[in-house]
Design a protein around this ligand. Structure first.
Ligand code: TXA
Ligand code: MG
Length: 356
């Protein structure tokens, strides 16, 4: 049985938080909102509770979890060494959508880190997440609260769609603010490496630690060992998703042509794109061949990447639920938040990236 408790996002009711904190301390699984996406939390110091996370999600044990703490002062409970640059970055952007990888203390069970000698740590800013970490009094291991390979949940309804009956409690505080997961920076290597782009932009990170480099997209052998989760297929829709990459005009022409061809051969096609792209495509898709066979799903706008990030996962779920067999996706430019948006669509495409 999964219980759902509504909670105010800005001023969470202390009684609700205390109940959820007690559940965590008692070894239960609690899904809760963060500013990025909903997390599926368990007491990070309790290997049995941690094992239940992997079971509930259907997540391979080789994919390490992020440990959430209430404030930067708790880093030293989990990390054996904190390089000055990591502390600086934390001071600049915590609480917020930043995760750092540091050498782990023995107190953190091996199952949390998939036997890696490092641990991923984050201080969330969402008032509900923050209050929960404070009251729980233990570090909280929490991956995104979706079934393995589904898009991360940005509402409690998404959590329930994937995990109803598999977790003990869901705290529902409405949609999350950022909509994409945290940015992960690995400080166990020098210079530090960004392992996953996310809600904190590379530009913001480099304004504090200029030397941060980017992990190669396909993953070197070293990356494979250090971030196993990043190599598996994520955000896999039921439909076959293709990401179109290149100058906007050429991308839109190719999307329109491919949509018409697919529709003409009897397929139901979805187009997932920022609003401006769909406006530009509308006349192209009015042709009789495409009529009734093409679903369009906007996500935000090229000129407002924060809104695009906020809407992306919900849009992906909505479009996939229509039962289309193919999704043709376009993305904003790969700077700022666009880098993370492009990364998530690239994973959903599982290699089907069409450069035009
Ligand atoms: O915004 C977020 O980060 C959300 C919210 C809930 O905090 N959490 C999240 O967790 O996205 P998850 O499990 O979906 O992604 C965690 C990823 C893993 O897949 C892995 O790639 C990386 O973090 N990771 C965790 N520990 C690591 C480690 N010790 N070394 C390298 N990568 C690690
Ligand atoms: Mg995840």
């Amino acid at each position: 049985m999964t219980r759902v408790l509504k909670v105010d996002a800005a001023q969470p009711d202390a009684a609700v938080i205390e109940e959820a904190a007690a559940a965590l301390r008692g070894g239960q699984l609690v899904a809760f909102p963060t500013e990025t996406v909903y997390g599926l939390g368990a007491n990070a110091l309790d290997p049995h509770a941690v094992a239940r996370i992997f079971e509930a999600k259907g997540r391979p044990a080789t994919d390490p979890l992020i440990v959430h703490i209430a404030h930067i002062g708790q880093l030293s409970r989990c990390a054996s060494h904190i390089p000055p640059a990591a502390r600086q970055l934390g001071l600049a952007f915590w609480p917020g959508p930043l995760t750092v990888i540091l050498p782990k203390k023995p107190e953190i069970p091996d199952s949390v880190t998939a036997r890696l000698p490092s641990v991923a740590l984050r201080v969330p800013s969402h008032p509900v997440a923050h209050a929960l970490m404070e009251m729980a009094g233990v570090p909280v291991a929490a991956p995104s609260a979706n079934r393995f390979s589904r898009p991360s949940p940005t509402t409690a309804a998404h959590v329930l769609a994937d995990l109803d009956g598999r977790v003990d409690l869901v705290l529902d505080a409405g949609p999350t603010d950022i909509g994409l997961e945290s940015t992960i920076v690995d400080f166990t290597v020098d210079p530090p490496v960004m392992r996953r782009p996310g809600g904190l932009t590379l530009e913001q990170i480099r304004s504090v630690v200029p030397g941060v480099t980017i992990a190669t997209a396909n993953g070197s052998a070293e990356v494979a060992q250090q971030a196993p989760g990043q190599l598996t297929r994520h955000y896999a829709p039921k439909a076959e998703l293709t990401l179109y990459d290149g100058p906007v005009q050429s991308v839109l022409q190719r999307v329109a042509a491919d949509a018409r061809t697919l529709a003409a051969t009897g397929h139901r096609v979805g187009i997932l794109a920022p609003e401006e792209d769909l406006v530009a495509l509308a006349p192209e898709l009015a042709a009789p061949a495409a009529a009734g066979r093409v679903e369009v799903q906007p996500y935000g706008s090229r000129s407002a990447p924060a809104r695009a990030a906020h809407d992306l996962f919900a849009a992906l779920r909505t479009l996939d639920a229509t039962g289309v067999s193919h999704i043709l996706a376009t993305s904003p430019d790969a700077d700022g938040l666009g880098l993370a948006i492009r990364d998530r669509l690239g994973r959903a495409a599982d290699g089907r990236i069409r450069r035009v």
